[in-house]
Design a protein around this ligand. Sequence first.
Ligand SMILES: Nc1ncnc2c1ncn2[C@@H]1O[C@H](COP(=O)(O)OP(=O)(O)O)[C@@H](O)[C@H]1O
Ligand SMILES: [Mg+2]
Length: 219
Amino acid sequence: MRIELRAVSKAYGRGEGRFWALRDANLTVDRSTHLAVVGPSGSGKSTLLHLLGCLDLPTEGEVLLNGTPRTSLTDRQVSLLRRTWMGFVFQQYYLNEAMTAFQNVLLPLELGRGADRRTKAVAALQWVGLGHKLHALPGQMSGGEQQRVAIARAIAHGPALVFADEPTGNLDTESGNVVLGVLQALHDERRTGLVLVTHDDRVAARAARVVRVRDGRLE
Ligand SMILES: Nc1ncnc2c1ncn2[C@@H]1O[C@H](COP(=O)(O)OP(=O)(O)O)[C@@H](O)[C@H]1O
Ligand SMILES: [Mg+2]
């Protein structure tokens, strides 16, 4: 899976209130990517991540998915590509509080095909080091453990690319380090492309490439 932004800009609002959150961004990501996106709050980092992950549409410019313009694909096709090849991790984990770790990871797999969903869910949780917490509820886990459940959910289907927006933003140093280790291993051991939005210098230090965003522009 390769995603390419070509001269992409994103504006929010209309008329007088129109605000350009991202301007003229050019960027390509694939399996080999290990990229940290840094910059001050409000500079456009999340906007960039949402455009790469096809969670939002550009106002100007072109997004290419495996070389095909996104605009020539149906919503259904884009959503299938996203479900098959991409995974997302957010600062707030977004786990279902009423479901166990296992159920949280299984849930998105139920949308896909394949008979081995339960095995995949367990394998993903084992991979993030939570094989002993399969039946724990989010409320019974630490922040770092909850984020690892979220990572397991993001990788259980074997995506080519994982997008993470401030994945250590809510964590103390110790749990943050564990989460960063898991993300790093995704790239090193599973050949998964990583795009990490972060304020965290440790994340940027480990990344193969750092893109700085300032006032909506990539430097
Ligand atoms: N849905 C939205 N509607 C209006 N403005 C938005 C919206 N999302 C983001 N913005 C604005 O766009 C700018 C960039 O936001 P964002 O990409 O979230 O920045 P970052 O992730 O770097 O903090 C900010 O000024 C923010 O207020
Ligand atoms: Mg943000």
